[in-house]
Design a protein around this ligand. Structure first.
Ligand SMILES: *Cc1c(COP(=O)(O)O)cnc(C)c1O
Ligand SMILES: [Zn+2]
Length: 450
């Protein structure tokens, strides 16, 4: 089994001073040197595949063509699947009946464009909330659980601000494997917690925040033999690359000027960077879009470090040798001052982003920027998306809010082509109700009485 798997892909340390490779017949996600790992493929895919991806949109009942993840299976091919045959795909690939990534693509949203001061026809938002469990997490969970199944694991395990656990629990239920989810007690949206229970996961409540829950879950994964499906798992990152492929396909493989994400644990940022690096290296794209990451002001680790607000020095990729001592000192400083991440956008209430190094690589390669948004700004962003007939949660509202900021500063130009990723659906309706009860909110429409 080891040799077959190693033919197609290896796990490779992202630290250039190490660069150690591992087979993929195990669940190691961290190199012995402490760095995270990347999936690296042995074959360079041909650009002719673009035609095949278009053809698969006429899926002919094959759920692996219907799926917006597995339709691009040739570009995330760690399982070595080289077939159009449904039965062969079904032996290995995990899919919720083809529904992951199926409805998400860039949409024009004119009111959100006005709010962000962008041209109507060059501004797009991609609702990843229209995934089966209601967030972009399903893109990477389908691939991570595929790998878990290849290893024949009995239990997957994660820490979550809510959407990771909903997604993990959904796939686990569908594949009939166990799922343990570690959640920060009282800090996740009720709709997300409800999903974990409903999909039959074992919920473990952790006193503390997400960062504490992740530390506990990673430790318990080792002790109980659970397979970790947080975004430190490189197979998650592979599936999330398809978010970028769907952007590209909808724009006929003409890269936009910008791709915009909210920043939490920075798995999305990392996967966008990896997707773009690979497309560029394969010669599929000539131009590289710039990534903009939007942090919540109350959980702005990347914003502060990347922009030089700590120790007066900008943290950067630095050819794969970022100043990790500085990151440690930043965390120690937060602890010393008793600062805990705090925002109503709980999906990005993360102080210690596990993928920060991969995110720095993505920002370096794409000449990216990092901004921050207040809870009020994110609520406005969330609400204007609603007025276009799409719904998203507050963390996703960071995207239109961030674009508006970058327009004001002049970093983004009005006619730039911008695609923002709306990461998840509204799972805390009380936030929307609360917003509209207050007439002074930018887009509020308070109820009338009769
Ligand atoms: C997980 C999540 C995020 C954060 O994504 P990262 O990849 O961890 O940065 C943002 N928005 C929503 C809705 C999420 O579920
Ligand atoms: Zn290493």
């Amino acid at each position: 089994m080891l040799d077959i798997m190693a033919e197609h892909a290896v796990k490779k340390c992202i630290n250039p001073d190490c660069g150690k490779s591992y087979g993929i017949d195990n669940d190691t996600y961290r190199c012995t040197c402490g760095s995270l790992l990347d999936i690296q493929y042995s074959k360079k895919p041909s650009r002719d595949l673009i035609e095949r991806f278009y053809q698969r949109r006429n899926h002919g009942g094959n759920i692996y063509n219907e799926s917006g993840v597995w339709r691009f299976r040739d570009l995330i091919n760690f399982a070595g699947i080289d077939t159009e045959d449904f039965n062969e795909c079904a032996r290995t690939l995990v899919s919720l009946d083809g529904s992951e990534g199926r409805l998400s693509k860039p949409y024009n949203m004119s009111k959100a464009a006005d709010y962000a001061d962008m041209n109507h026809d060059s501004f797009f938002l991609q609702p990843e909330g229209y995934n089966p469990s209601g967030s972009f997490k399903d893109n990477g969970m389908s691939t991570a659980v595929t790998h878990a199944k290849m290893l024949k694991v009995k239990k997957i395990i994660c820490a979550s601000t809510g959407n990771t656990s909903a997604s993990a629990a959904m796939y686990a239920a569908n594949e009939d494997i166990q799922c343990d989810v570690y959640i920060p007690k009282g800090e996740i949206a009720p709709g997300k917690l409800g999903q974990a229970f409903q999909f039959g996961a074992q919920v473990i409540q952790v006193q503390g925040n997400f960062d504490d829950a992740l530390a506990t879950s990673l430790k318990n994964a080792k002790e109980t033999g659970g397979y970790t499906v947080n975004s430190v798992n490189p197979f998650r990152i592979e599936g999330q690359k398809t978010i970028v492929y769907r952007v590209m396909e909808q724009l006929n493989w003409n890269p936009p000027d910008w791709i915009v994400y909210p920043g939490g644990a920075l798995g999305n940022t990392s996967s966008c960077g990896k997707a773009l690096i690979e497309l560029y290296e394969w010669g599929w794209i000539k131009k590289v879009p710039r990534i903009a990451v939007v942090n919540a002001e109350g959980a702005n680790t990347l914003y502060e470090l990347y922009n030089g607000m700590f120790e007066g020095k900008k943290l950067s990729w630095n050819d794969g040798r970022p100043d990790l001592g500085m990151v440690d000192r930043y965390y120690a400083d937060l602890d010393k001052r008793g600062i805990r991440p705090k925002t109503h956008a709980t999906a990005i209430q993360i102080g210690r982003p596990a993928n920060i190094v991969k995110a720095l690589r993505a920002l370096h390669f794409t000449n990216g920027v990092v901004v921050q948004a207040t809870d009020k700004e994110m609520s406005d962003g969330m609400s204007i998306v609603g007025l276009n007939g799409f719904d998203c949660e507050m963390a996703s509202g960071a995207v239109p809010a961030g674009v508006r900021k970058l327009r004001k500063e002049g970093t983004i130009k009005k006619d730039d082509v911008v695609v923002g990723i709306l990461t998840g659906r509204q799972k805390d309706p009380s936030l929307a109700v609360e917003y509209h009860m207050h007439a002074d909110n930018m887009f509020a429409r308070p109820p009338t009485s009769h």
